[in-house]
Design a binder for this molecule. Sequence first.
Ligand SMILES: C[S@@+](CC[C@H](N)C(=O)[O-])C[C@H]1O[C@@H](n2cnc3c(N)ncnc32)[C@H](O)[C@@H]1O
Length: 246
Amino acid sequence: MSIREEANPGFYDADSTIYDQQRWVSRSGVFTNETQQAIVAKMTADWDGEGLEIGPGTARFTVPLLRKGLKMTVCDISSGMLDVARRNIEGAGFGKHVKAYREGSIYELPFEDEEFSHSICLNVFNHLEDPGQALSEMARVIKSGSTLLFNYANLCSWYFPAAMRINSRGSAVGQEVYSTWERPGVMERHIRKAGLDLVTRTGHVHVPRELEKFKLLPVVKVLDRLSRRGPLSSLAAVHFCLCRKR
Ligand SMILES: C[S@@+](CC[C@H](N)C(=O)[O-])C[C@H]1O[C@@H](n2cnc3c(N)ncnc32)[C@H](O)[C@@H]1O
């Protein structure tokens, strides 16, 4: 973990107590959650076996994967988030389907090579200064021929001015957590270097938490619908990438 990322575990320990209650209840939050859940369900439709989720937060995506029948291991840098994830998973009745809850960083995953069928990491790369190392680790722990799913915040999107500001400050607006938006071309190079092939890239436009007060939702919904595939997906604020290990 770099010096700029050092505040992230503390930020997420504090955030874990309010994450579900604050983020997914406003109209924009409900839209973002439902849209992301639908994208992830589609991109992981053929997944089974043993999965690893890195940065599960409160287990918003872990529970649907468990419901599908995957056996999951979760690994997060924040012990607070792991506590909430465990509570949510047990509350949903899937406690016995989780192999392990591990505190650890995506940069040095505490797992063997090829231990899992799939790895998934969502809404975490925007907090990482070294996405290439993170992707290599995600690839290392899955079997050859298997797939992984991650997403990143796209610098070259509709939100370019705000994203440039975030990159120059090195933190999200109004939040003391390291944040960065990436160029798609750079991410494509990291994917290839990690020994992965890009299978599908899906675009998504969300309403960032700090922009909710501007009532952008109707416009965002239209942009989001136009962003899944085709030329406008290049301008989507978030890119979900399904990759296969060679
Ligand atoms: C924005 S939350 C996303 C949580 C969940 N994936 C979701 O989309 O609701 C980011 C999560 O990544 C975790 N995280 C941040 N940096 C990490 C790192 N280097 N290694 C593992 N987890 C990390 C945080 O603790 C937090 O749980």
